[in-house]
Design a protein. Structure first.
Length: 309
């Protein structure tokens, strides 16, 4: 399996590292526009192989997409991260141009690849890649839901003093302040979370999750990379190993949840065919209203993108 990661910055390099040490792909091509950066990080990842015991090769290139030819999966992380005081939406103008030009190059050399977008604003950058690539919706998707759900699960594990492995959860909506964690679909070792935690504490965890990205930006002056890079690698793994994993993933909705023509995070089955199925939950009125609020926000940012194209 051959996987390309575009953007050798914090998220892209972390994703390439996880793909290599977990041997998710045997050939990983890391691409960046900055001379030498991808080559250096790829060499460093390769030099770790005798220590961490893996065979996967990571090769870095500066903007040479011919080396990415016939990739099975391409992860696009290229673009600016936000700084304190910014929203993800503030990145739209610069990152739309980057995602558009990168997608054109990717598709030219790997017309059959499945594309995973990471660049922000996530839902709208997925839209950008979809319209640029003209690929079917099952092959162009965005990574955010695994990350947001992981934050929610980690906060719950800490509050309940249980293993994060035992917390299962679903989160829907856009990757922003309007995201929708779903307590009704959250369990701890099979037990509904609402039986184990007070409502006030759960509400506080939901609020912290919604602003989880911003919390890290405030601490570090730039955005997160370990969990995001690992989350993107987990999506790659589900596809290349045809695992049929159930994850929240950003996809173009075409009537599901009564929503048309909007890119939102929803639970899907991820396998060799990319998004093999969108799972429709039977949401209650309160949950539907929260998802609708998120849809409206993403639609507004999609309209900004339409003007840029
Ligand atoms: N979806 C998510 O959940 C999620 C999580 C974390 C970060 N992000 C987003 O991912 C993006 C990358 O974040 P980061 O922390 O890795 O940033 P970074 O600045 O560390 O890395 C970005 C890299 O992209 C490269 N780049 C810029 N233009 C390029 C082009 N045209 N072609 C190839 N490479 C190009 C830069 O040289 C840089 O190395 C940001 O937009 C950030 O907001 C999204
Ligand atoms: O918060 C950001 O800007 C980056 C990313 O979307 C995140 O949630 O970590």
């Amino acid at each position: 399996m051959k996987v390309t990661v575009v953007g050798a910055g914090n998220v892209g390099a972390t994703c390439a590292d996880v793909l290599a040490y977990r041997e998710i792909a045997n050939e990983i091509i890391l691409v960046d526009i900055k001379e030498g950066l991808a080559e250096g990080k790829a060499l460093d990842i390769w030099q770790k192989s005798p220590i961490n015991l893996y065979d996967s090769r990571t090769i870095g290139v500066t903007n040479d997409y011919s080396k990415t030819a016939n990739s099975d999966v391409v992860v696009i992380t290229s673009g600016l991260p936000r700084k304190p005081g910014m929203s993800r939406d503030d990145l739209i103008e610069t990152n739309a141009g980057i995602v558009k030009s990168v997608t054109e190059q990717v598709i030219k050399y790997s017309p059959e690849a499945t594309i995973i977008i990471v660049s922000n604003p996530l839902d709208v950058m997925t839209y950008q890649a979809h319209i640029t690539s003209k690929m079917p919706r099952n092959k162009v998707m965005g990574m955010a839901g695994i990350l947001d759900t992981a934050r929610y699960r980690a906060f719950l594990a800490e509050a309940l003093n249980v293993s994060p492995k035992d917390i299962q959860a679903v989160l829907m909506g856009g990757h922003g302040d309007t995201m929708v964690p779903l307590p009704r679909y959250t369990t701890v070792g099979g037990i509904p979370v609402t039986e184990l935690i007070d409502k006030d504490k759960l509400d506080a965890i939901i609020e912290r999750t919604k602003f989880g990205g911003g919390e890290l930006v405030k601490l570090m002056g730039t955005s997160a990379w370990y969990a995001p890079g690992s989350a993107a690698a987990q999506m790659v793994e589900a596809i290349v190993r045809d695992q049929k994993r159930v994850f929240p993933v950003c996809v173009k909705l075409e009537g599901e949840y009564g929503i048309d023509d909007c890119y939102l995070g929803v639970p899907v089955i991820l396998g060799k065919g990319g998004i093999e199925k969108v799972i429709e939950l039977d949401l209650n009125a309160e949950e539907k209203a929260l998802v609708e609020n998120s849809r409206q926000h993403v639609k507004e940012v999609m309209a900004v993108l339409d003007k840029l194209n």
